[in-house]
Design a protein around this ligand. Structure first.
Ligand SMILES: [Zn+2]
Ligand SMILES: [Zn+2]
Length: 209
């Protein structure tokens, strides 16, 4: 029974099987990361021990349990604000599509760059996964919240950091487009929108404007 399931899985998911091993370079099992700032990677985790005093100039974000805290300057201009349907986003977040915004790295040189996002608490709780060396996906080991990504792809000329508007409570965000829709078989059609739930599932049944 077990071997049949395994054989079927391999037959239908050959790509995943091939990637399963290298994807988790440093995962939850190895514990909170002391090597978060790997000198071989040009985008260090952006820590700051001095939270900005003026709360009107920053958006504050936290992980689900609150142990990791982040700041994002409100004058940061996203390079792109999208709802992404790519396979990597869908699989990492376990959802049909992911709203995200990306920012150019700051103080960019040939060797390194800085993220706009700053981690003001809980930096030691961060870990990351990656499928390709170019993109690191950081999450909080305390509660599993996905928090931000860094991208350093010389070949494609992409040097960016990305984060999710859901992480930052006060960030006004509007997506300008859906991207990578061809990678998804998840429907993106307009469907009915309920303020809470349909009446048959215990909600009010009122539909959003
Ligand atoms: Zn947490
Ligand atoms: Zn994506």
């Amino acid at each position: 029974m077990g071997s049949t399931v395994e054989a079927n899985w391999t037959a239908h998911h050959p790509r995943r099987m091939a990637q399963a091993e290298p994807m988790f370079v440093r995962g939850i099992l190895s514990g909170p990361t002391a090597q978060a700032n790997d000198s071989r990677y040009p985008v260090p985790i952006p820590t700051s021990s001095t939270p900005a005093a003026d709360r009107s100039t920053i958006a504050c974000g936290t992980c689900f349990c609150g142990a990791v805290q982040l700041e994002l300057p409100l004058d940061s201009e996203p390079a792109i604000s999208v709802v992404c349907h790519c396979t990597d986003c869908r699989e990492w977040h376990s959802v049909g599509s992911v709203p995200y915004m990306m920012f150019p790295l700051l103080n960019l040189t040939e060797e390194t760059g800085e993220m706009s996002i700053k981690v003001t608490a809980g930096a030691s709780l961060l870990s990351y996964v990656h499928r390709t060396p170019e993109v690191r996906r950081y999450f909080a080991t305390c509660c599993g919240t996905r928090l931000f990504n860094s991208v350093w792809n010389e070949a494609a000329g992409l040097k960016l950091c990305g984060t999710f508007p859901t992480v930052f409570s006060s960030f006004e965000w509007q997506p300008t487009m859906h991207v990578n829709v061809r990678e998804s078989n998840y429907p993106t059609l307009d469907v009915r929108r309920f303020n809470d739930l349909p009446a048959e599932f215990g909600g009010t049944g009122t539909q959003a404007e």
